[in-house]
Design a protein around this ligand. Structure first.
Ligand code: ASP
Ligand code: MG
Length: 455
């Protein structure tokens, strides 16, 4: 049996005691797995906050590193009871935290945070986790070493903040850099640019790190440990009697992430699909005594067809560019999207008609985009209309693009409850259909669609 890549995310590192569960999970593997870890729960957000406030207030740096020291010390005290062994790991952690302090102090003095420094600062959360996990495993009799992306040559395209892995450059060195006789623990969330700098793989990117490493070593599977019961037919916080989805295709998993299901990062399946490496989802709060996946993601053709899940995202807004001729005037879209690209604004989708171009955005980008588009002063555009307080509800399942009765069913069930959708789309991908609705009606929409398709 080939090696598995195992990902433990922030939700597996909420309390000092959580590592006990990780130890238990790791012992279930016959071959020493490659483990990819995220930062402890909430730490990346705290690093972002301290980075921003350190520019004004130097004392924030000390406060943050003290807090991290206390937190890590607690973990070590819980899991390494021999004081000498514990001190040795703590000394390594302290030296990493000293490095973090120095970088933060540097930004305080120069008064700005260049993107490559930002990436380096945010990577510390993961690098503290990997050090601790490797040390705790080793102490508990599971031979383990920490391997950093810079040690194994996980090379990216160099884009700061949101890089992609360069597989041609990485594949061989990563495979060669991971000794087979030990558990290798790798910090997720970053790789190394061609010129040797730390580049982040985007927020939530350790899933993508783990998938990339799984590709490089042609892993048996990518095993993602969560604190929920795998993929469900809806968010159990909104809907009662959800069903578990035992098997999904890669496209379905990608669409579910895109439309807001927080199980995996949207890019996770990208490196795995053409190698047919499955992703298996487990619940760390329900480990059991053998590896029994709750959901398995694999080749589309092997997953059953039809509706799988109702999902939604509130992180959504629309900017409408209206004008009598926007639909036929060439070049408008290129001008607008080019400007957004240069400002680092991500466009989620574009829907056009003769008199309007609708740009789908993260809500946080709406005001900035509105301003930018107005400043472009595009001749054919007579009105720029920001639309907020919207949600997207999506039905995901392979084959939906070719099943008009599904769209009909969705519209009917929304209409019945008086939910006014402003945009409806089917066929953009074969695996999803969605409606844009008022956010105030989102809960009701999710429940009614779940009821219609899954009860
Ligand atoms: N710690 C990083 C984040 O919060 C990466 C990850 O958790 O996957 O975005
Ligand atoms: Mg995550």
């Amino acid at each position: 049996m080939a090696r598995c890549v195992v990902k433990f995310g922030g939700s597996n590192f909420k309390t000092a005691g959580d590592m006990t569960k990780i130890l238990k999970a790791v012992r279930l593997y016959d071959e020493p797995p490659v483990i990819v870890v995220s930062a402890f729960y909430g730490i990346t957000n705290e690093l972002i906050a301290v980075m921003d406030s350190a520019a004004q207030d130097e004392t924030e740096i000390q406060r943050m590193t003290d807090r991290l020291k206390t937190m890590k010390r607690e973990s070590l005290e819980t899991h390494i009871d021999n004081p000498i062994a514990r001190e040795a790991v703590y000394a390594q952690l302290r030296s990493r935290l000293d490095d973090l302090s120095r970088v933060l102090l540097g930004t305080h003095y120069i008064g700005e945070i260049p993107p490559f420094v930002r990436d380096r600062i945010l990577s510390f959360g993961e690098r503290l986790s990997s050090l601790i996990v490797a040390a705790v495993l080793e102490y508990h009799g599971i031979p383990a070493i920490e391997r950093l992306p810079e040690d194994i040559g996980l090379i990216t395209d160099g884009e700061e903040g949101n890089a992609a892995v360069d597989f041609t450059a990485s594949e061989k060195s990563v495979a060669d850099g991971l000794p087979a006789d030990k558990v290798c623990v790798i910090p997720g969330f970053y790789g190394i640019s061609p010129d040797g700098r730390i580049t982040l793989l985007g927020r939530g990117g350790s899933d993508y790190s783990a998938a990339s490493i799984a590709r490089c070593i042609t892993a048996e599977a990518l095993d993602v440990w969560k604190d929920v019961d795998g993929y469900l037919s809806a968010d159990p916080k909104s809907v009662e009697n959800t069903r578990r989805i035992a098997r999904l295709g890669y496209s379905e998993a990608a669409e579910l992430s895109y439309f807001g299901a927080h199980i995996l990062h949207p890019r996770t399946v990208e490196p795995l699909e053409d190698r047919s490496i499955p992703v298996r989802i487990f619940n760390i709060d329900n480990i059991g005594d053998k590896l029994t996946p709750l959901s398995i993601i694999g080749p589309d053709a092997e997953a059953p067809k039809g509706p799988k899940s109702v999902t939604y995202t509130d992180d959504f807004a629309v900017l409408t560019l209206a004008g009598a001729g926007v639909g036929i005037k060439p070049g408008i879209l290129a001008k607008v999207t080019g400007a957004l690209d240069r400002s680092g604004i991500n466009i989620k989708s574009v829907v056009t008609s003769q008199t309007a171009i609708n740009i789908y955005l993260d809500e946080a980008d709406l005001d900035r985009t509105d301003e930018l588009v107005r400043s472009l002063d595009v001749a054919a555009v007579s009105h720029v209309i920001p639309r907020r307080d919207l949600s997207v509800v999506a039905l995901v399942g392979d084959g939906l693009g070719e099943a008009p009765e599904v769209a009909e069913g969705m519209m009917e069930s929304l209409n019945k409850r008086g939910i006014r959708f402003t945009i409806f789309s089917i066929g953009a991908s074969d695996a999803a259909a969605y409606a844009v609705i008022p956010r105030s009606q989102r809960e009701e929409a999710v429940r009614s669609l779940h009821n219609r398709f899954f009860s």
